[in-house]
Design a protein. Structure first.
Length: 259
């Protein structure tokens, strides 16, 4: 059985690959907790000077595994946010080494939010970013309601979140949302080269840059995660959420009724 993530160490870079390609690397509890452990280990390992996060197969991460989200025996929305995503967001920002998101394919929902909270985001020219939350009756989470407006401005972020737009890698670059776009054919090597460059730079100085950026851009991150939790739990109680998930799993257009 495949492990939910794959970890390799290359020239000071800890390469973490989300490894549920048959599910477009959508998060379940096992994968979320495994990623938390991998990030903890990378932070504590003095040989690691940069973390590179990517997805196996065709996708970066399609967000939450909705089958798990609606499973009565599953962890439930509160646990998914408080034990899976919110700790990951805080870990990435607190990590004393740069974290590069290498978005090789679609990054949707929480997958997009996690990518955009990383220090450097590079994307394949085949990649896309999707604010998929309202399409199933939910709100953006994993820090997305803080990060995206600060990256691309309120007007564009608001419209993108409300309409559930898909943004191409080139559009994301033009909007100032990501750092670089590389050709799909050379993307894995190009992304690794960026991470290797960071691994050769003064690691302690980079950590201090992160600390300064956290103070200027993410000082209210924990409070915003709490706000998202409260609002997401309310959204998850709506009939539209149930309809949105059912329609997604049945591959049909949802019939939202506004309640």
């Amino acid at each position: 059985m495949n492990q939910p993530i794959d970890v390799q160490h290359l020239d000071g870079v800890c390469l973490i690959t989300l490894n549920r390609p048959d599910k477009f690397n959508s998060f379940n509890r096992e994968q979320a907790l495994a990623l938390q452990e991998a990030l903890r280990a990378a932070n504590e390992d003095p040989a690691v000077r940069c973390v590179l996060l990517t997805g196996g197969g065709k996708a970066f991460c399609a967000g939450q595994d909705l089958g798990e989200a609606i499973d009565p025996a599953g962890p439930g929305m509160r646990t998914i946010l408080t034990e899976h995503y919110n700790p990951l967001v805080l870990q990435i920002r607190a990590l004393s080494k740069p974290v590069v998101a290498a978005v090789n394919g679609v990054a949707a929902g929480a997958g997009a939010s996690l990518a955009l909270v990383c220090d450097v985001v590079v994307a394949s020219d085949k990649a896309s970013f999707v604010q998929a939350f309202t399409s199933i009756g939910l709100i953006p989470d994993s820090g997305g309601t803080l990060t995206l407006p600060r990256l691309i401005g309120f007007g564009r972020a608001s419209a993108t979140m409300l309409l559930g737009d898909r943004m191409t890698a080139d559009a994301a670059l033009a909007a100032g949302m990501i750092y670089r776009v590389f050709p799909a054919d050379s993307f894995a090597q190009d992304a690794l080269n960026v991470a290797r460059e960071l691994a050769q730079r003064p690691t302690r100085a980079l950590a201090l840059v992160k600390e300064a950026l956290n103070a200027s851009m993410f000082a209210d991150l924990e409070a915003q995660l709490h706000t998202e939790l409260h609002l997401q739990l309310a959204a998850a109680e709506t009939d539209d959420f149930k309809e949105g998930v059912a329609a997604f799993l049945e591959k049909r257009t949802p019939n939202f009724r506004g309640h």
